[in-house]
Design a protein around this ligand. Structure first.
Ligand code: ADP
Ligand code: ADP
Ligand code: ZN
Length: 214
């Protein structure tokens, strides 16, 4: 199964992709996570992406397309994958079609997470993750069961993203509305677009997705 999760920053793509990864044997491919790993490793690619990410703009299509193309050739993608944060522009969506044709793959479904833009600012500024396992939390909406301790791995260190601040959020939402939102109709025209209510509670959003996927 090959899926795309579409939605603005804070829509819940990462949260839901991790849950689908655990329930179905498919892997989450987050271009944001891949880029942050490149930045942390100090690679040339990471150095190129760092400033762009911190300003809330989009990294070049060429760099992202190459990165995703080599990633989906890996063995752990054979059973299927969930694209989280890609494609984000029309050229990326077109390149993905070409890539799938060349690799003999088929896209099953694109799930659009419909949310209210204004609510995304609070979602993003309250977001943090476990430094050990990457499980995501939120200051108000998703606290660990025991304060300061990760539910999944027991880790006690958490981190926040450099770009998750009130100023950058505005540019990221603008980048979404200008460059990413147009691809919703691109997939609508292909007849593979499904929409869900991303403003519902996290468990309810998961249920909507599972009902769609079957
Ligand atoms: P994205 O990957 O789309 O940017 P995340 O999955 O990281 O979004 O979610 C952003 C923040 O909002 C996280 O802190 C997460 O815990 C929280 N969150 C995710 N889904 C919901 C929801 N349905 N209701 C409330 N908070 C949510
Ligand atoms: P979110 O879903 O919370 O907006 P991501 O983790 O998906 O954040 O992305 C963080 C940043 O990484 C983006 O603001 C952008 O600079 C860069 N990025 C991630 N994916 C892409 C992509 N497909 N195309 C261009 N830039 C990307
Ligand atoms: Zn953890």
């Amino acid at each position: 199964m090959k899926l795309i999760l579409l939605g603005p920053p804070g829509a819940g793509k990462g949260t839901q992709a991790k849950r689908l990864q655990e329930s179905y044997s498919i892997i989450q491919l987050s271009t944001g996570d891949m880029l942050r790993a490149e930045v942390d490793s100090g690679s040339a690619l990471g150095a190129q992406a760092k400033e762009v990410m911190e300003s809330g703009e989009l990294v070049s299509d060429e760099l992202i397309i190459k990165m995703i193309s080599s990633r989906i050739d890996k063995d752990d993608c054979k059973a299927g994958f969930i694209l989280d944060g890609f494609p984000r522009t029309t050229p990326q969506a077109e390149a993905l079609d070409v890539m799938f044709d060349e690799k003999g793959l088929k896209l099953d479904c694109v799930i659009e997470m419909q949310v209210d833009d204004e609510a995304m600012v609070e979602r993003i500024t309250g977001r943090y993750t476990c430094s050990a396992c990457g499980r995501g939390y939120h200051d108000s909406f998703k606290k660990p069961d025991v304060e300061g301790v990760c539910n999944k791995c027991g880790g006690t260190e958490f981190s926040r993203r450099a770009d998750d601040n009130a100023e950058t959020v505005r540019s990221r939402l603008q980048a979404y509305n200008e460059q990413t939102a147009p691809i919703i109709s691109y997939y609508g025209n292909k007849g593979i677009l499904k929409s869900i209510d991303g403003m519902a509670a996290i468990d309810d959003v998961t249920k909507q997705m599972k009902d769609l996927i079957g």
